[in-house]
Design a protein around this ligand. Structure first.
Ligand code: MRU
Length: 407
């Protein structure tokens, strides 16, 4: 299997235009696609009276399915901090709704600034948080105060709809890679993924899992190796759950298993999501992603990263030096929770009493290890030159001169 040369534009059909996603007049792309026990769900949706939003509480999956109502900016902030919603795109959408909820109560310039400043601190690594907040701020600032509440609600809903359309398009482009792999191999395509970059991490479809859902729905034989993703186990609890709901064949593996599988030809490609990609193509994602990229490179297994273009941080170049890495509570490492035989979900301690633990949430995979970036506009190589075609999308994206200077 050939790892594509990183300097080439991998897919010459990268679409041009502001977002590069078709919005059909009949809104068919907005039909909810992902189902829970047969019922279509998004991860976030406005209540019928438009006074609040509801979310799926992801801290309780896979053992309990529960929804939560967010009625204020504080609720949205807490949901992001406590990871009741998580995944870069969904964090951005929730923050946008957080701004909209705040405008219901106070719509002055000062209140808008205070809301944005507060929400920006909810989690440090996923750049979509900043993107969603800045987009809301830029949209609301020119409006008269009395119009802000309704306009903010509509804009947040639009951001959510766009996220769904973008992820659907990522799925189309990525499933083409799976189709090509299947044509070559003429057998089941085995894909390894890390963390949860499925529909639970976005509004619908997902990023890394969108190509898999589209390929599966098109009848291609796929099988997914699901990294458990310690310490919070988003793979074991969320990815396995949503793949199971959709009927996609998958196997959960301990985090250290990927190397062995790749040495034995049991992985055809890796597809992961990301929380921030630099203008030079460095990829920040859930802790452990870098190790998988190294093993993939050593075994000539293509390593793809699926992302919506708002996940690109055009203001930075060197991911290792410049991306803030979230550090979370040591208890996420020292303890683990799961379903007990009596049907109760409980947390138990893994480590000796008093053992110190460190909990770095993310790591950075250098661009040289990335085979390609699967975006809503096509698949591009992970380098500044190839990524240029994506850089005309919206502020605060940098222009050519800035890009030049950042080299
Ligand atoms: O800490 P999380 O669960 O928010 O981290 C999520 C990830 O690392 C995902 O892989 C990434 O956000 C991409 S989501 C489409």
């Amino acid at each position: 299997m050939t790892v594509q040369h990183r300097d080439s534009l991998i897919n010459s059909k990268v679409s041009q235009g502001r977002v590069g996603v078709r919005y059909p007049r009949d809104n068919s792309i907005y039909q909810q696609t992902m189902k829970i026990n047969g019922t279509p769900y998004r991860t976030i949706w406005p209540t019928a009276d438009n006074t609040a939003v509801e979310i799926i509480d992801q801290t309780r999956l896979p053992h309990v399915f529960a929804t939560l109502r967010l009625e204020s900016m504080r609720d949205a902030e807490r949901a992001i901090k406590d990871m009741q919603v998580r995944g870069a795109p969904l964090i951005g959408v929730t923050a946008a709704y957080g701004v909209a909820l705040s405008m219901r109560h106070h719509a002055s310039d000062a209140a808008l600034k205070a809301t944005c400043d507060k929400l920006l601190l909810a989690r440090p690594t996923a750049v979509n948080l900043r993107w969603g907040i800045e987009r809301m701020r830029a949209f609301l600032v020119p409006l008269p105060e009395k119009e802000r509440a309704d306009a903010a609600w509509r804009e947040a809903a639009r951001i959510a709809d766009e996220d769904m359309a973008i992820c659907s398009s990522i799925g189309e482009h990525g499933s083409e890679l799976i189709r090509v792999m299947h044509e070559k191999k003429k057998d089941t395509v085995n894909i390894l993924t890390h963390c949860n970059a499925g529909w639970l991490a976005t509004v619908d479809w997902g990023t890394a899992l969108a190509p898999i859902y589209k390929a599966f729905d098109a009848g291609l034989p796929v099988h997914v190796w699901v990294d458990e993703t310690r310490p919070r186990n988003q793979g074991a609890s969320l990815t396995a759950w949503e793949l199971g709901q959709h009927g996609v064949p998958h196997t959960v593996i301990a985090d250290n298993t990927g190397g062995h599988l790749m040495q034995h030809g049991m992985v055809d490609m890796v597809i992961v999501g990301t929380d921030r990609v630099t203008a030079g193509g460095d990829v920040c994602n859930k802790i452990g992603t870098y190790l998988k990229a190294l093993v993939a490179f050593d075994n000539r297994v293509p390593f793809y990263v699926a992302l919506p273009t708002p996940t690109i941080d055009w203001t930075i170049r060197d991911g290792v030096k410049e991306i803030p890495i979230e550090e979370r509570a040591a208890e996420e490492v020292t303890h683990i929770s799961g379903l007990c035989d009596d049907g109760q979900v409980r947390s138990v301690q893994l480590t000796p009493k008093g053992a110190r633990a460190a909990n770095y949430g993310f790591d950075v995979t250098p661009a040289r290890l990335v085979t390609g970036l699967i975006t809503e506009r096509g698949v591009v190589a992970a380098n500044a030159e190839a990524m240029r075609v994506l850089s005309d999308i919206a502020p605060p994206y940098i222009d050519d001169d800035q890009l030049e200077r950042s080299r």
